[in-house]
Write a new protein. Structure first.
Length: 174
């Protein structure tokens, strides 16, 4: 399934050539594994952190393509949207996977929300892979989702091979 087909699953989704809502952005560095939505895209991972629910790849794989698409496309910004998104997710986990959704530990901080301070972990990780860290002005220009992605791609328990491709995609290195 192509990116265009993903958005065609929902008539309310952006038409070809329309701008994809920021909360539903699929990144080029994810193309090899999210075109079919077989893996959890970063935009959904962001929403999972926001609602405080742990979703396993096994649970995600039990969702229908339409379920996955709805989670991707559904906004999760306001307190009401967050509550609805969480309720929809919890219901899907029960119905499709036959189990209860597990909560994530509460977030101690959300450094991706701060456009004024580059997350130190991003600076350290960039240095460790020989890449320049984003400048303050570059960091401030990134979307909240892009900052979330860079922070997530520095985590020890994450597949970090996409950190450099993300830096390139976001225009932070040449």
């Amino acid at each position: 399934m192509t990116r265009a087909e993903i958005f065609e699953l929902n008539p309310a989704a952006p038409a070809s050539g329309d701008i994809v809502p920021p909360h539903a952005q699929l990144f080029a560095f994810e193309d090899d594994f999210v075109a079919s939505l077989r893996c959890i895209p970063m935009a959904v991972r962001f929403k999972l952190d926001r609602v405080g629910v742990k979703l396993t790849l096994r649970q995600w794989s039990r969702f229908t393509k339409e379920d996955r698409h709805r989670l991707l496309m559904r906004s999760c910004e306001t307190p009401t949207e967050i509550a609805v998104w969480r309720a929809v997710l919890e219901e899907l986990v029960i119905v499709r996977a036959g189990e209860l959704a597990k909560p994530l530990p509460p977030l101690e901080s959300t450094p991706w929300e701060d456009a004024h301070s580059i997350a130190p972990i991003v600076v350290r990780y960039a240095a460790s892979v020989g890449a320049p860290a984003p400048t303050q002005s570059q960091w401030a220009r990134l979307s909240v989702l892009q900052r979330f992605v860079l922070i997530k791609l520095t985590r020890d328990n994450h597949d970090n091979v996409n950190f450099l491709p993300a830096l390139h995609e976001f225009g932070l290195v040449r």
